[in-house]
Design a protein around this ligand. Sequence first.
Ligand SMILES: Nc1ncnc2c1ncn2[C@@H]1O[C@H](COP(=O)(O)OP(=O)(O)OP(=O)(O)O)[C@@H](O)[C@H]1O
Ligand SMILES: [Mg+2]
Length: 105
Amino acid sequence: MKKVEAIIRGNDFNRVKNALKQVGIVPLTAYPVQGRGVQGGVPPYDLLPKIKLEVVVKDKDVEKVIETIIRNSRSGVPGDGKIFVIPVEDAIRVRTGEKGNEALY
Ligand SMILES: Nc1ncnc2c1ncn2[C@@H]1O[C@H](COP(=O)(O)OP(=O)(O)OP(=O)(O)O)[C@@H](O)[C@H]1O
Ligand SMILES: [Mg+2]
C-alpha cells in the first residue's frame, strides 16, 4: 500500500476528484493547505493556498492514480503541484476489522 499525497491548485481539484472516481478510486481525503514550491510564493505572499489530496492505494494502482492526477492538473506553468508517494504499513476498516488491501476499497 502507498499513500499518494498530491498538493494541487484548488481550481483543479474537482476535475481530479471526478477523474479518480472514474478510474475506480473513490475514497480520499482532501483539505486546504498553504505552501510554496521552489519559486517561493508570489510577493507579497510567502505561501499560496493549495489543496492537499491524500489517497491510500493498492500498489498496483499507484501509477494509475499518479497519471490521473497529472492528466487533470498539469498546465505546464510553475505551481502545477507536487506528488509524493509514501509507503503505508497497514490499513484497518473500523467497521469490519478488515486489514491491508481489503480495507482500502
Ligand atoms: N519539497 C516539498 N515539500 C513539501 N511541500 C512541497 C514541496 N514542493 C512543493 N510542495 C508543495 O507543493 C505545492 C506546489 O508546488 P509547486 O508546483 O510550486 O512545485 P515546484 O517544485 O515549485 O514546481 P514548479 O517549478 O512546477 O512550480 C507548494 O505550494 C507546496 O505546498
Ligand atoms: Mg513552484
